[in-house]
Design a protein around this ligand. Sequence first.
Ligand code: FAD
Length: 489
Amino acid sequence: SKKAGIVGAGLAGIATAIRLACKGYQVRVFEANSYPGGKLSAFEQGAYRFDAGPSLFTMPQYVDELFTLAGKNPRAYFNYQKLEEICHYFWDDGVQLRAFANKDEFAAEVEKKTKSTALELKKYLNKSKEIYGITHRVFLEQSLHLLKTYTNSNTAKSFLNIGKIDAMRTMAQANQGFFSDEKMVQYANRFATYNGSNPYQAPATLNIIPHLEQNLGAYFPDGGMYSITLALLKLAEELGVKFSFNQNVEEIIVKNGAVTGLKTVNQVYDFDLVLSNMDVYFTYTKLLKNFKAPKQILTQERSSSALIFYWGIKKQFADLGLHNIFFSDDYRAEFDAIFNTKTIYRDPTVYVNISAKLKSDDAPSGCENWFTMINVPNNSGQNWDKLITEAREYILKKLSKVLKTDVASLIENESVLDPRSIESKTSSFRGSLYGTSSNGKFAAFLRHANFNKKLKNLYFVGGSVHPGGGIPLALLSAKIVADMIKPAK
Ligand code: FAD
């Protein structure tokens, strides 16, 4: 049967392997690291376990679907629970807000803790649902780069409603209109960071994002986030997919405009199809050196990156949940630092994820594993060592103040992930988390397609190409690509 070679065992690479195996292809995946999952990996630090990258799990159906496609019961591979409490929000003035999954409960909490009303929240979430309804089939579930997308009735319906997707003003402008309390404006603006964008620039269409978390739900896999990777790896292997770890692909071989295989450090392999899960920027600049990359790929603004401190904390905090946000005193200044001056604001918004809240064996008893993250600019050669030292101080000062505890004295062990190491560990250009930013109105159309007409037999999947970054979209890229490929037999 026909053979497919995949560059990278990130989530999108594994999902693509599963889909092509189901279509009858003989599939081999080459992964530069010794482990699968790319950004979605995990590690141990003393007696603590950490998920290294993603911590918020939405739209689990896109994972389940891979098992059902293969005729298996997803629950036999992995399980997850729906969160009742999605996130705990903290402000410096002592206000705390809990986002409950139950909309009425959350709305009541908003009315009680802020100057905004329950109705304001409900109107905002309904708008989010409306944008999702209009856009998801067209912008997320199919290629934007095939003529057939524009001739089907879903697309026609979406374009008739295009005025309602709020693309003409920024997210921050729209949110100012939804909420009378600045705290709620800040809550709503934060969703821009879910794809590494700036709420003061990105179109209000990104107000689609809270729908995923708040209306469709946030989930936690029983074994932690990494169990998503492990479950998919197991399924792929059962379907006969071969994985070669510690195998960096150095070149995609092109003959007369068609891809014929790929080259690793020690071998050349022939394939009928090659699919790259490597960041599209590096796919062109490193693997297709003799091919001229589309100019847009070389110049497009990248999404933001992250600085993460993985801290073993020898105490438990009753006020904290699985997801916790400590808001900056000046959100506009924080985003200005991330996207314009490309530095770190002195009072950054801090995200603390504690998987031990739901998976107690992730930390010793009486302790917690803190994945402590701030959004930072992508890597353009800043003095990161200096910025990291300063940021650590800012973060500790903020957490200690709000939690009324000297957090530094509770840190038992520590490791750090920064834009440089994100770039080197997963080959993400500039260490960006989500490929290109969505700061422009036409971002959805400017993201690289899942193919290039001038390179036959080559496809692109993953967070740096259409439909975008984050677990659900990376998985959808695999689906869109598999739908374009004919069965092997
Ligand atoms: P990657 O995970 O980057 O995988 C690419 C793989 O390809 C890597 O394993 C790499 O080693 C391999 N590779 C690259 N080049 C080569 C080569 N030449 N040869 C061989 N192998 C190669 N998303 C969410 O949904 N929720 C979150 O809460 C969330 N938080 C995040 C937090 C952090 C800190 C990070 C880093 C990301 C986060 N994301 C989140 C984004 C999410 O992790 C990514 O969008 C998604 O995992 C991307 O998957 P991928 O398969 O496209 O790419």
